[in-house]
Design a protein around this ligand. Sequence first.
Ligand code: KIV
Length: 264
Amino acid sequence: MKLNALTFLDKKKQKQKISMITCYDFSFAQIVNGSDIDCILVGDSAANTMHGFANTVHIDTQLMSHHVAAVSKGAPNKFVIGDLPFLSYRKSLTANMNCVETLMKAGAEALKLEGALGNLNLITHMVHSGVPVMGHLGLTPQSVHTLGGHKVQGREKQAQTAILDHAKKLEEAGCFSIVLECVPSMLAKKIADELHIPVIGIGAGPDVDGQVLVLQDLLGFNDNFKPKFLKKYFSAHQVFKSVFNEYHKEVTTQMFPTAKESYE
Ligand code: KIV
């Protein structure tokens, strides 16, 4: 059954783990649509995986809306959550809500944004306007320049207290769930235990309410990307390269196309 913001909460109550994967295009969305995965995040990690940028600062609402539209067409049976891009929700209320409108009208069924401070009024306004909101704490990649890189967060007591406090504030503001990225497992467990809403982890250990991974990472597209939290379920880089080489060989040795692939 297709999840939504309400049944997301039921999953936590029933102690059922939630699986989430990122996706950015129609072809992969069709595959995810036919899979058992619970929901899709059209993440701003599209900046890295689809557009080759070093961080997520470089993607805008226009590009995100194309990814959201493609995924929502390919995966009508999945709950599709879109990411609000860098600064798109840190302007005036009207400008913020214009971005929200663009992504919802592109097909998102909920939106995610990073951080708590400065976002709480907007979150409540979005929720009251009919937009389910997912929070994101811990490593918030849009703040890469203030965090000094993509690093594990919440190692010190003070930072742990702040992250827990921000998680509670997000829940109070109306978020239906939060993503918790790259924090120690003990902290993630405490937050998942103290919140009523589901906590979806990435690099946050096993004791949260669900997991999210970037599609290209779990499929092993990038041989050089090996963070500790990542499990690669496939070797896409190696497998696809050998398929491309086979195709090249058959073209250059005239083994393809044969009569079978040709019109009379
Ligand atoms: O954009 C993204 O892929 C994300 C996940 C890492 C949670 O925000």
